[in-house]
Write a protein that binds this ligand. Structure first.
Ligand code: FAQ
Length: 317
């Protein structure tokens, strides 16, 4: 079969909502786009563990500590499902890690901000996981099968993360004046970076058009951002707190909230490596990888000595 026929079969599947699977023919650019997006998503989960890990030892109670540990472990799991999904596209884990460590691959801008107070665990859960879910639920319908299937489980866990964050903020908002202030300060710092997570405006998003045509993305960056803002503008009322945007106002005509100007200079600065914690985050990942070299070597030596029988391997695929 030559490429034109193969491309027709591929586009027909996309049109009919039939998932593309690893062994199917696909355009080279489709493969590249997915490797880029899935690996950056995986890196975000792994780097995203760092700002919260900072608070595990200082969680205010045993219940909070156990919950936060579980959440951070979930993020490691999400990274692993995603690296595995990307590996089905013929790239190795080592290559992806190398791209992260050399600064070639991106990860979400949001994880380059510092976590300054316990309330930040609440704001990350409510806002960062909330934004992640808004973006990720449509990815459960992504045209590439392994990514779509990984996202189903990830979204279930993210919704627990979002609720634990909201509950932390709700508890603080009903506490002392100082606790309420701590929650408000945290929302003030995390709000704008959270709405930047959805990426540049549609007219400045080079990948959106093609990714939407291939049904990798189902909604544009601006559509998802607007949905998220509409939800948060209502939820913040339950907290009795405010979002730091004077222009946030319900627009009856549009049936959406209007909002203020996003600081895109700040966004690109962070994306390009110059945010408050970029260097620290990358250095922590590189160190963890180097410190873990002996574990990888030991696992590889063990696997060489004790190859798993084929029957057992197939049972776990
Ligand atoms: N940060 O043309 P577009 C989480 C880059 S998971 C950094 O619009 P696209 C869980 C973009 O890569 C959070 N870079 O690109 C958690 C591209 O650069 P490139 C991560 C960004 O791909 C919670 C360039 O700008 N989620 O939070 C960002 O069509 C709590 C042009 O942009 C995902 O990765 C950004 N915010 O749309 C963990 C979801 N935005 O690659 C721990 C999957 C854009 O050409 C604690 N990814 N860029 O060099 C996506 O849905 C998409 O990739 C977008 C970007 C929507 C992020």
């Amino acid at each position: 079969m030559h490429n034109q026929e193969e491309e027709k079969i591929f586009l027909d599947k996309i049109d009919k909502e039939i998932k593309i699977e690893p062994k199917d023919w696909m355009p080279e650019q489709y493969r590249k786009t997915l490797i880029r997006q899935i690996s950056q998503h995986a890196h975000s989960e792994i780097v995203g563990m760092l700002p919260e890990a900072n608070w595990i030892t200082r969680a205010p109670s045993l219940r909070r500590k156990a919950t936060l540990i579980a959440k951070v472990q979930d993020e490691a799991g999400h990274g692993l499902y995603l690296y595995s999904a990307a590996e089905t596209m013929n790239i190795s884990r080592d290559e992806m890690i190398e791209q992260l460590h050399s600064g070639k691959a991106k990860y979400s801008s949001i994880f380059n901000y510092p976590t300054l107070s316990w309330a930040d665990m609440g704001a990350i859960g409510w806002l960062v996981d909330g934004a992640a879910i808004m973006n990720q639920v449509p990815l459960c319908r992504c045209s590439y099968g392994p990514y779509a299937r990984a996202m189903i489980r990830i979204c279930k866990e993210e919704s627990f993360h979002q609720r634990q964050g909201f509950e932390i903020l709700l508890t603080l908002s009903k506490g002392s004046e100082a606790q309420k202030q701590m929650a408000q300060d945290s929302i003030n710092r995390w709000w704008w970076p959270s709405i930047m997570m959805f990426g540049p405006n549609d007219d400045a998003s080079p990948h959106s058009k093609q990714s939407m045509a291939w049904k990798i993305k189902r909604f544009s960056n601006d559509e998802l951002r607007q949905k998220f803002i509409d939800v948060c503008a209502e939820q913040v009322k339950i907290l009795g707190l405010t979002l730091p945007d004077e222009k946030l106002k319900w627009n009856e005509e549009r049936k959406h909230y209007d909002f203020g100007e996003i600081n895109w200079e700040e966004f690109w600065n962070v994306v390009n490596g110059n945010g408050p914690c970029n260097k620290e985050r990358l250095a922590a990942r590189v160190k963890a990888h180097e410190d873990g070299a002996w574990v990888r070597e030991a696992a590889a030596a063990h696997a060489k000595k004790n190859p798993r029988p084929l029957k057992g391997r197939l049972a776990t695929v």
